[in-house]
Design a protein around this ligand. Structure first.
Ligand code: ZN
Ligand code: ZN
Length: 324
């Protein structure tokens, strides 16, 4: 069976920017244009709605990983409907940021409408909506959110887990939903589609910038490395180290194990350099003055990027110097 390396043609189509995720109420600069790409097996990626959205399609219906920005939810649903008219059964949220959970309410409601089959307008039954799955830290933060970040209860995860892993069997394949502890936030999940051989990583991996660490929501550089290592561990490359297991990042283009290894090595070097400064008792300003990221900035610190090298150094330094 031939497995084509998806990256060259994918790159141009889905080179999307990292959405400004800390902002509670963000407005996309331009009207979003969504695209769907087949990744492998039962798995597709929909780009342009905010964070990348993963869709698994099969006899049981549709399973989604993340729901994009609220403002793009209708477009996302239209894009999903182009892919399949099957009911939306499950929505897994990789973490709490609005570019990944914004469409929850509409996806939930759409799941309800279609699941009913002969529904005639009475779709108020909470029992028939799409099941929203996430690590329990996501529910804790969502249900506590106030003001602009507050969302109705039906947008919240209804099926949470608190262990290192949750397993499911959907559309003829085993799914492993994995949590690695404090990383991008404190409630990150990555989803391994075992038969399709695709890992959807949420913002534990982005191809567009240095790793994004949301300290205010429990993020830590060490967990990012743990997640990257876990994904590398379960990935198997095809011949010449190309293809094989495909990786869907939270933002950016579809990648494979070789891309992950390169990124993990870069992150490890950055962590070690900054850790060295912390151990020597250098202040954050002194560490920044030493320009620890300089040799990678051409690739990962693009002008106009939401998450800059400066912010990355700041977050890594604070991760490593935080009192345990
Ligand atoms: Zn994101
Ligand atoms: Zn995020």
């Amino acid at each position: 069976m031939k497995i084509r390396r998806a990256i060259p043609f994918v790159a141009a189509a889905i080179a999307i920017g990292t959405a400004a995720f800390f902002a509670a109420a963000q407005t996309p600069q331009a009207p979003a244009e969504l695209h769907t790409l087949h990744v492998q097996g039962n798995v597709y990626v929909i780009v342009g709605a905010g964070g990348n959205v993963t869709a698994q399609v099969g006899d049981d219906g549709i399973l989604l990983v993340d729901s994009g920005l609220a403002a793009n939810a209708d477009k996302l649903l239209a894009e999903i409907r182009k892919l399949s008219k099957a009911p939306i059964r499950y929505l897994i949220n990789t973490h709490i940021h609005p570019d990944h959970v914004g469409g929850n309410e509409k996806i939930f409601a759409a799941g309800a409408t279609i699941t009913g089959g002969n529904v005639t307008g009475d779709i108020g039954d909470a029992g028939v909506g799409a099941t929203i799955i996430a690590h329990e830290a996501v529910l804790t933060r969502m249900s506590a959110a106030k003001g602009e970040q507050a969302s109705p209860a039906r947008a919240w995860p209804s099926d949470t887990y608190f262990t290192k892993e949750k397993k499911m069997f959907v559309n003829g394949e085993a799914l492993q939903i994995m949590h690695v502890g404090a990383a991008h936030t404190d409630g990150d999940s990555m989803v391994f589609f075992r038969r399709s051989d695709v890992i959807s990583m949420g913002d534990l991996y982005v191809t567009t910038s240095y790793p994004i660490i949301d300290l205010a929501r429990g993020g830590n550089i060490q967990g990012i490395l743990e997640a990257l290592n876990r994904a590398i561990d379960i990935s198997v490359p095809a011949e010449k180290q190309e293809g094989g297991t495909y990786i869907i990042p939270g933002h950016g283009r579809v990648a494979d194990q070789a891309d992950l290894v390169e990124y993990r090595d870069m992150v490890t070097i950055m962590r070690d350099r900054i850790q060295d400064g912390v151990k020597k008792g250098l202040t954050l300003e002194q560490v920044k003055a030493a320009q620890p990221t300089l040799d990678y900035d051409g690739v990962y610190n693009k002008p106009g990027s939401f998450w800059t090298a400066d912010q990355f150094i700041d977050a890594v330094y604070k991760s490593l110097s935080a009192k345990k």
